[in-house]
Design a protein around this ligand. Structure first.
Ligand code: ATP
Length: 490
């Protein structure tokens, strides 16, 4: 424990300065008429958008919308809308293959440790803690080393300089990378290739047209196969406009009032985070209501943990899942939003089994009252619900923290039902009398100590999600094999 403190000590904050963008030390200006370069391939989805290939140059015509810009290809001269997160200003730092932006240290490690990266693979990211600096992360066998890249005003007043070692300053980050590629010069290893970037990111919405117009035509959806069955209806894998893979949830008629659902959906639309399933669109003009979301290829975390693949996951991976879930919940916490049904069945797993995201946030609130009460039957998630929520209906972010503790027990037992062998009624009565779930078999003690904190009778004494995220990060850094402090002095 305590490594977050030791990490703090490592930092030497400089005077805050204007944030220059490295390569040509020019701040990135997002102005129309500028030339951008495509970072990924993009296939056209509607008549109004523009397809392009990675590295293609695009002239930006209109940036008035934040997620979709109007652009003209410098190659085909065609015009159309493009997703703004697929491009970067030409010659800017964001256009460099080695620049990963503001990603956490832990994500840099995960990316670099992917098998496709070789020894010496590297990336530059914006420092999490020091606004003006960058970090260089390098793969060294099965570990990742991090070096602070400082940015300061040049002594001769000619702009900013970048350096790892004060004795060797560079006027651009590109020059710094070139130098340490040709010569390790004190680094533990010379740089080889930029870390592979993962697949293209999610677009913020399905298309430019659906950004302000959520309600999509149900005929634009093609149902491909059933992914699963929830209490309120089926979930299908499908395609929007014949091209974009999506998940489509159909709600059994009568489950929700379409007006209530739409109001909630408006709110959910604003809640966008990497660790929360993206809500893309809805069909509410007739029943069944459809909810169209991001597709997660490996389905629910509960099923995944119980599968042969899931059962082989080591504790480091399980800790990483807990960090990802706590990160998503900590975002909800910061937006004063409550999940109300946090459980492994409501967490979904991505294609490679490395990414998990929280689903179904907000839906519990719009389920019709009688349906909700009907849930007090066998299917009500009583074992996940905090006592004050059960007794007085007091759902808060702190009742979500309680549910997170139960979710941790599901993770560490590879999907066992919580309180094994006990009925819902028995659990409810015993919890009131201060009974808590005993430590599951093979659960690390430090996990259990965290779980107990989430089950404090006094909701205010339960940790915040932000604190829970740090606790699990500390476990990973203390127990993990591949974390090294960047204390090297060059
Ligand atoms: P509840 O009805 O209590 O919320 P649930 O979460 O299992 O239970 P659904 O959200 O309807 O019910 O999901 C049913 C199943 O469909 C999930 O267990 C999962 O396997 C699959 N599923 C749901 N959403 C997606 C998605 N976005 N991508 C891939 N699979 C999904």
């Amino acid at each position: 424990m305590g490594s977050s403190n030791s990490r703090q000590k490592d930092l030497e904050p400089e005077e805050p300065m204007h944030h220059a963008n490295g390569v040509n030390a020019q701040p990135t200006q997002r102005m129309s008429g500028m030339i951008y370069v495509a970072l990924y391939d993009y296939q056209s989805r509607t008549d109004g958008d523009l397809a392009f290939h990675s590295h293609e140059l695009l002239e930006i015509i209109d940036q008035s919308h934040s997620d979709w810009w109007r652009a003209r290809s410098k190659i085909s001269h065609m015009e159309g809308y493009i997703p703004s997160n697929y491009v970067a200003p030409v010659k800017s730092i964001e256009a460099e293959p080695w620049y990963f932006g503001k990603i956490p240290r832990i994500d840099a490690e995960k990316s670099l440790l992917q098998p496709e990266n070789e020894n010496g693979s590297f990336l530059i990211r914006q420092s999490e803690s020091s606004y003006n600096d960058y970090s260089l992360s390098i793969r060294v066998n099965d570990e990742v080393r991090h070096y602070r890249v400082r940015q300061q005003h040049a002594v001769d007043g000619t702009g900013n300089v970048f350096f790892i070692s004060r004795r060797r300053p560079f006027s651009t980050l590109e020059m710094l990378i070139e130098h340490y590629t040709s010569n390790g010069d004190g680094l533990v290893i010379s740089l080889t290739k930029p870390c592979r970037k993962s697949r293209a990111p999610l677009t913020a919405t399905l298309s430019y047209d659906t950004t302000d117009n959520w309600e999509i035509d149900r005929t634009s959806l093609k149902f491909e196969r059933v992914l699963g069955q929830g209490q309120f209806g089926q979930v299908h894998q499908g395609l929007w406009n014949g091209r974009v893979p999506v998940a489509i949830k159909s709600l059994k008629p009568g489950t929700m009032d379409p007006q209530d659902f739409l109001a909630e959906a408006q709110l959910m639309k604003k809640i966008q985070h990497d660790k929360l399933i993206r809500l893309f669109a809805v069909c509410t003009t007739e029943e069944p209501i459809y909810i169209v979301t991001e597709l997660m290829k490996n389905g629910s975390l509960l099923d995944y943990l119980r599968s042969p693949k899931g059962r082989q996951l080591k504790i480091d991976k399980l800790t990483d899942y807990s960090i990802q879930i706590a990160t998503g919940m900590s975002y909800l916490e910061s937006r004063n939003y409550i999940h109300r049904d946090l459980a492994a069945r409501n967490v979904l797993v991505g294609q490679k089994g490395t990414i998990v995201k929280i689903a179904d946030f907000g839906l519990a609130r719009v389920i019709k009252e009688e349906e909700y009460e009907a849930r007090a039957g066998a299917k009500f998630p009583l074992k996940w619900t905090a006592p004050e929520a059960l007794s007085y209906g007091k759902f808060t972010i702190k009742s979500d923290v309680w549910s997170f503790g139960i979710l941790l027990s599901e993770i560490v037992t590879y999907g066992q039902i919580p309180y094994p062998g006990m009925s819902n009624n028995e659990v409810m009565l015993k919890i009131e009398m201060n009974y808590r779930m005993p430590m599951p078999e093979k659960c690390p003690v430090n996990w259990y100590l965290i779980m107990l904190q989430t089950w404090d009778t006094d909701p205010m004494k339960r940790p915040t999600f932000d604190a829970l995220r740090s606790m699990f990060e500390d476990l990973l850094f203390t127990d993990g094999q591949h974390y090294k402090e960047s204390a090297e002095v060059l």
